[in-house]
Structure formats: structure tokens, C-alpha cells
Design a protein around this ligand. Structure first.
Ligand SMILES: [Zn+2]
Length: 783
């Protein structure tokens, strides 16, 4: 309706973008905006003119020509604005105008003269010259900082700062902006000029800047209108030359050859072991030319089998990969020969020179600067430092190796934003001003980022609450977990209710609180899921929480309960039986194969209605919109099933392989009856819950048996997914399996303080009323 009104009665000024302008030229209903008879267009103003370059620039230039023709005004006045057009600092003022005029003429399709270009004009504020001698400069630095405009503009340090940070003389009384420098490099310059210490100069400059930003001229302009810039660049690939770590070149610029050396040194992309951080050169092995070439996924011109990874060798290693660093299962059963599928994955030694040329290690170095490296082909199957190894069928190297920064951009943005926010009280920023406004050029991005931020906050808040609950009570049973966590949140009913004014003593308030507790319970259970991603490890992956199963320890120490089982298993000491079974139960739990009310679909349906009715929009979050999980189940060996979220317990499954690593003689019927018996015993003890679903026999962990335990921040390897030989790390790095310290501290100390932090997008996708409300909330510091 509004649109029609605007279309029928075009405004004097229309704000749009070039995509919409293009549409206006073709849409019949918008002809009034562009037609000669109705539009009367006199001016066309284009902002950020410098962005219209290349192919897009050509498109826009043609669009403007079509518009001029269509609107019937040959004298259409085109105006372009831009803050950044000329990068060449050596260009004179006239040259700059000529370049801009030429560019604008091309875009607008009319001829613009250099005289049509208006540049900014800058004015000097300091009314004294900068100090000319060292003594004068020292005096200026050590003299008190004035607290009024006149005092400042006559201060010699103001003049020095203006000349070093702000403007430079172009002659004829004209000034232009200086290339920005950092506070540190300014302080270094000052220290060098005056002979005082860097620290003193740095602190003095900082004080001066702060003071200068608060002192205003009569026109209300601050003396130093400085801007703070801090760049967080997006992660890139890091490249290195094939040389020993103390001399090699590392760079973020993807080039083929390392610059600045006589001989041609190749640059190779590096990848890092996700477990220990060991670096690997990504290469293609060229067997005809005997060269290792840099390899990226995009230029795969050699056969897949020739691609692989190089690790620099520590000096003490010979030319054959040590036996204790090869997984036992890579050998044939006699333990002498390698299984055929593994043989080529055993690392092989080469001498390699920085130009990529190589020679077999036994033949010795072929060049003076050749170094010893180890090669393994794709897929990556063994970390040569920490000994983590992977099954042959796991072809996805992304899960095993990471680039310098391949992890989510949303998470980085969220964490950076959150850290700034969280530190703002330390910078004495008043409470109402503790807020962050960020811009993005894409409204989907804005909405995704806002959603990601809130999700991150909620998940972290809940984890902080679980941790706090465990601090008060180091072992919590499943029947108490939701209530304990809820109490630890410190939330009040009004903070989670749709009606924030609800009387906490009312009957409805009790309903609301109960609903919220059930909602929290569901969240606690889905957070048990294992995520391999390092972007936001959960409490268990940070080693802050561990789990136990009620009665399992007693069950394992009671030998008579196991008397019918496989003889080798009976020989396991009680503690070994316990760990063996606990690992399997942990695996079930992390797959959410849990029998618990909050995964029951009819329970979820009734909760759904109450959440809709009672709970605030923020705490509802994705509960109403996303598909809720009903957990998963494991199917008994030998049975097949079409059940959703059903995992196998067959010999070849992950659990099957785990069992056979400990009891290698079990196969076929023996294996199946062993698994069925163990499940039977655990079910009798109430730890597992067996049932028949759609004719299939399945098993889940009984939630009633799970206990949450406080743990101290040292997570172990995942014994089912993660496998390694027992050899110590090759390089003396104590980095294996450490959890991310940021998240450990975050869950311990910060997460629970975030209950009031919210993020909202402000885009054209939101209704006008909501946008206004958001603006007000942001203004008041509530958002
Ligand atoms: Zn490793």
C-alpha cells in the first residue's frame, strides 16, 4: 500500500541502490520514477564511488547511461562521493584531480574536468610550530597537560602530534592527511626524537590523545578527533619454505616462490594436526621429476595418490620409520608384514631441497641444503608427532588437520565482540554505554550473526550454570540435575517469563518455573552430545565435567556376575572391566542414546505448548522452531533396522572395533553373544535400557544411572574415536589433548555473568516498529 502510494506520487529524493535502480528500469509499476514525462530527475548522487570497479563498475556505468536516456534529461547532473580514491601518495593535487575526473567521467558517461573535483580541505589546529630541539621537546612532554582549548592549541606537543599523526604540508598553505600510524610507532618516533624512554612517551601521548578528544572548539569539534582501528584479519593459509625451522620463511601471501632469494625456494601451504598442532607441508609428489610440489585442493593436476604430507624430521631419527610409532593393526596377523592397504601409509624418508627436489633418504643428501623429511600420502592416517591414527576408510582430512584459521568466522566475531563487551567495565565505561554496534554489508549476515551470538551466549550460560552447580555439589544425579542447574543460574521467574511483571508467588508463576525447568533439562541433555569441532568445546571436552554410571563400579567388582562371559574378559581386573564398559557407555551417551523423558515425543509435544505460552522469546529461542531430538539408539548386533538415529553394534562398527581391540579373538557368533550378554547384565543392573522398537531390539543408557561429576580441566582422549600408539610425542611438546584454555576460563568465570547480554539485528527485514523499539533499547543500553 505504502509502495503504491510512493509509486503514484514519487518523492523528491529517492534513496536506492544500483540493483533496485536496474529493476526500476524494467518494472512497469515503477516507471514513474524513471520516465521522461514523470520523473524529472535532475541529480544522481552515488556514494562510495571507488567501489564501482572492474566488471561491476562497467555494469553500473552502462546502467547510468541507460537511466540518462530513459529519464530524458541529457544534462542529468552526476555527483560521486568517496573518501578513498587515490592510493599513490606521490601524486600532486592536480594529478589526483585528473585521475578522479577521468574515473568519474568513465562511470558517469559525461566529461568531468579536474576543476569539478572537490577535495577536502584541512586546517591546522596548533598555533605554535612543533619543537625544533631535543630540549624543547623534553620540556613539552614534561610540562602539564592543559585542560582548555587555548592551552592545548598553544602547546608544542599538540603541534608535534598534529604533524606526526594528523596532517602533512603539501605547500601553498595546503595540508593533507598523513598515512595513519599506530600509537606504538608514534611513541617510538617521539622517544627517538627526545631521548626519553618509550614508556614515558607512550603514556604521555595516550594522555594527550585522551585529553584532546574531550576538549572542544567553539564549533564543538574535538581537538583530536582520533579513531581507534584494530584489525582482525580473516584467517588465511600460512606458507613455508622447505628448510629447517630456524631459517625457513613463513608468509601469509600465497605465492609460488619465496621472494628475495637467489635460488628458487618453493612455498608450501601448511596444515596442523588437530590433536597436537604438529605442522605438515601439503605436497604433490612428482615421481618423474623427483620433486615435491606445493599442493592446494584447487590445483589437483597430479593423481590423487601422489598427494600427501611432509613432516620435517627431528635429527635423531634414522631413515626408517620407528616400529613403535606404527599402529599394531597396520601389520598382518603374524606381526611381520604390513597389511597391503597400510604399507604405503608408513612414513618414508627423503632428502628434500628448498626447490622441492628430493632423493631417497638411504642415498644421502643430493644437495648441500637438503633436509630430512617424512612423506605420507593422503588420506592422512597417522600424526607422526602425537601418534594419533585414523582408520583407512576415514578419507576426510579436514577432521584431522586444520589450516591456520579454517574455523567459523561467526564464532570469531562472537568471541571478539563478547570479549570487548565483557572487558568494558575495566575500561570504566559507564553501564549504559556498555554496548557494541557493528556493521555488515549483508542483511542475512546480520541476522545469522545475531542468532549465532545469542545461541552462543545461551549455551555458554547454561554450561556456566552446570559448572557452578557442580562446584556446590561435586556429584549430581540425573533426578536432581535440572533443578540444581536452574538454581545455579540465579534467574528469577520474571526474567524467563513472557510476562516480565508476573507475580512470582502466583500459581501461573509456578507453572512457568516448572516449564522452564523442563526446558533447561532438555538443553542439559542435548549438551551431552559429542562435537568434534573445536569451535566451542562443551564442558566434557574442556575436562570440567565427567560422568559416571550408578552401580557400575560394584557390578564390575562382583566377579560372579560375569561368570558366563568370555574367558579373556573374565580375566580383566575389576578396574579394567569398569573402564572398558564405561567407555562404551560414554560413547552411547555422547551419541544421545539415552532413555530419558525429555527425549520422549509426547512429553515434548506437551512442553511445546507451555513454552509457547509462558516462556520469553529469548529463552524460547529455537525450541519452538527447530526439530527436537528424540535421542538415538543402538541396534543389537546381527539385526538390521530402518529406525531413525539407530547405530550399529556390529563387529565393523566403531564400538565393534573398540571391543575387538581389547578382545581380538572374538568373532562372528562369539562376538555377538558377548555383546548381547554384556548388554543383558547392564540392563539387569538398571544401567542400560533394552526395548523393542518397530520390531528391532535396541538399547539405550538409562538416564537414571547417569551422574554428573566435577572435574579439573584435563580432558582425556576419546577412547573410541581417538587412537594412538603408546610412543611419546616425537617433538618435546606437551600439547597433546589439552582443552582450549579460553573456554575453560570462560565457563568457569565468565559465562554465568552473561544472562543479560543480547544481540539483535537491525535491518530492513524487521518491521519498522520493532526497529524503533530496538533503537531505543540500544540507546538505553539494554541491548
Ligand atoms: Zn598430532
Amino acid at each position: 500500500e505504502v509502495r503504491t502510494r510512493i509509486q503514484e506520487n514519487p518523492p523528491h529524493i529517492l534513496l536506492t541502490n544500483y540493483v533496485m535502480l536496474e529493476l526500476m528500469l524494467v518494472r512497469p509499476e515503477e516507471h514513474t520514477f524513471v520516465d521522461a514525462a514523470t520523473s524529472g530527475i535532475q541529480f544522481l548522487v552515488m556514494d562510495e564511488l571507488h567501489t564501482y570497479r572492474g566488471r561491476q563498475g562497467a555494469d553500473v556505468a552502462l546502467l547510468i547511461r541507460r537511466l540518462r536516456q530513459r529519464c530524458g534529461n541529457p544534462n542529468l547532473l552526476c555527483i560521486g562521493t568517496s573518501a578513498t580514491m587515490i592510493a599513490d601518495r606521490s601524486a600532486t593535487a592536480l594529478e589526483r584531480r585528473e585521475i578522479v575526473a577521468k574515473f568519474a567521467s568513465t562511470i558517469f558517461g559525461t566529461s568531468l574536468e579536474p576543476g569539478n573535483i572537490i577535495e577536502e580541505s584541512l586546517k591546522q589546529v596548533a598555533l605554535v610550530p612543533p619543537p625544533s630541539s631535543r630540549d624543547e621537546l623534553v620540556n613539552a612532554i614534561r610540562s602539564p597537560i592543559p585542560d582548555n582549548w587555548d592551552g592545548m592549541v598553544f602547546h608544542p606537543l599538540t603541534a608535534w602530534i598534529e604533524h606526526e599523526f594528523g596532517i602533512e604540508d603539501e605547500g601553498k598553505g595546503k595540508f593533507r592527511r598523513k598515512v595513519p600510524i599506530t600509537l606504538n610507532s608514534g611513541a617510538e618516533k617521539l622517544a627517538e626524537a627526545c631521548g626519553l624512554s618509550f614508556e614515558e612517551c607512550h603514556d604521555r601521548l595516550l594522555e594527550f590523545f585522551k585529553k584532546g578528544s574531550t576538549i572542544k572548539s567553539v564549533q564543538d569539534n574535538p581537538l583530536f578527533g582520533f579513531k581507534l582501528h584494530q584489525f582482525f584479519s580473516q584467517g588465511k593459509t600460512i606458507y613455508s619454505t622447505l628448510e629447517s625451522p630456524d631459517v625457513r620463511d613463513l608468509t601469509l601471501d600465497g605465492q609460488y616462490y619465496a621472494p628475495g632469494s637467489e635460488e628458487q625456494k618453493l612455498l608450501y601451504p601448511l596444515k596442523f594436526c588437530r590433536v597436537c598442532g604438529q605442522e605438515y607441508y601439503v605436497v604433490q609428489k612428482d615421481d618423474t621429476d623427483h620433486h615435491f610440489l606445493p599442493s592446494e585442493d584447487t590445483y589437483a593436476n597430479l593423481a590423487e595418490s601422489n598427494r600427501g604430507y611432509l613432516m620435517l624430521s627431528p635429527p635423531e631419527l634414522g631413515s626408517t620409520w620407528p616400529r613403535d610409532r606404527i599402529p599394531e593393526e597396520w601389520y598382518e596377523k603374524n606381526g611381520k608384514r604390513f597389511r597391503p592397504s597400510r604399507r604405503e601409509h608408513v612414513p618414508t624418508a627423503f632428502y628434500v631441497a628448498p626447490d622441492g627436489s628430493f632423493q631417497q633418504a638411504e642415498m644421502g643428501p643430493h644437495k648441500d641444503n637438503a633436509i630430512l623429511v617424512w612423506f605420507q600420502p593422503r588420506p592422512f592416517m597417522l600424526c607422526q608427532n602425537c601418534n594419533e591414527f585414523y582408520p583407512a576408510r576415514d578419507k576426510n582430512d579436514y577432521r584431522k588437520l586444520t589450516g591456520l584459521a579454517t574455523e567459523g568466522r561467526s564464532t570469531s566475531t562472537t568471541i571478539l565482540t563478547l570479549s570487548m563487551y565483557e572487558k568494558s567495565p575495566f575500561a570504566h565505561i559507564p553501564e549504559g554505554a556498555q554496548k557494541i554496534l557493528s556493521f555488515t554489508d549483508n542483511r542475512q549476515d546480520a541476522s545469522l550473526q545475531a542468532g549465532h551470538f545469542n545461541d552462543f551466549i545461551q549455551v555458554s550460560f547454561l554450561r556456566g550454570a552446570i559448572y557452578k552447580a557442580l562446584l556446590g555439589q561435586p556429584h549430581i544425579e540425573s533426578s536432581d540435575i535440572a533443578l540444581s542447574v536452574l538454581n545455579a543460574t540465579g534467574l528469577q521467574v520474571g526474567e524467563v517469563a513472557q510476562n516480565a511483571q508476573i507475580d512470582p508467588h502466583s500459581v501461573i508463576a509456578r507453572d512457568i518455573w516448572e516449564t522452564f525447568q523442563k526446558l533447561i533439562e532438555y538443553r542439559i541433555y542435548i549438551d551431552l552430545q559429542r562435537g568434534w569441532r573445536v569451535v566451542q568445546p562443551n564442558l566434557e571436552q574442556c575436562g570440567l565435567v565427567s560422568f559416571d554410571y550408578k552401580g557400575l563400579e560394584e557390578l564390575c567388582s562382583n566377579a560372579s556376575r560375569w561368570s558366563d562371559l568370555d574367558a579373556a574378559f573374565r580375566e580383566f581386573p575389576a578396574s579394567q572391566k569398569y573402564i572398558f564398559i564405561k567407555n562404551i557407555l560414554d560413547f552411547f551417551r555422547k551419541k544421545l542414546a539415552i532413555k530419558v523423558l525429555c527425549f520422549d515425543s509426547s512429553h515434548q509435544n506437551s512442553l511445546h505448548g507451555k513454552v509457547y505460552q509462558y516462556i520469553s522469546e529469548y529463552w524460547q529461542m529455537d525450541f519452538l522452531e527447530s526439530k527436537l531430538t528424540q535421542g538415538s539408539r543402538f541396534v543389537l548386533p546381527g539385526e538390521s533396522s530402518n529406525l531413525p538415529e539407530a547405530f550399529s553394534l556390529n563387529e565393523t562398527s566403531l564400538i565393534g572395533q573398540y571391543i575387538k581391540r581389547h578382545l581380538p579373538h572374538l568373532r562372528g557368533q562369539d562376538y555377538r553373544s558377548f555383546v548381547v550378554s554384556v548388554i543383558g547384565i547392564l540392563a539387569t543392573a538398571g544401567i542400560l535400557s533394552s526395548s523393542t522398537q518397530q520390531g528391532t531390539n535396541v538399547v539405550q543408557v538409562n538416564a537414571a544411572a547417569i551422574t554428573w561429576n566435577l572435574s579439573e580441566g584435563e580432558p582425556g582422549r576419546d577412547p573410541i574415536y581417538s587412537r594412538a600408539t603408546t610412543a611419546p610425542p616425537l617433538y618435546q611438546r606437551q600439547r597433546t589433548w589439552r582443552a582450549n584454555q579460553y573456554f575453560i576460563d570462560f565457563y568457569r568465570n565468565v559465562a554465568l555473568n552473561l544472562k543479560k547480554v543480547r544481540s539483535r539485528e537491525h535491518t530492513a527485514q524487521i518491521t519498522y516498529e520493532r526497529r524503533e523499539k530496538r533503537e531505543k533499547e540500544f540507546h538505553d543500553g539494554k541491548l
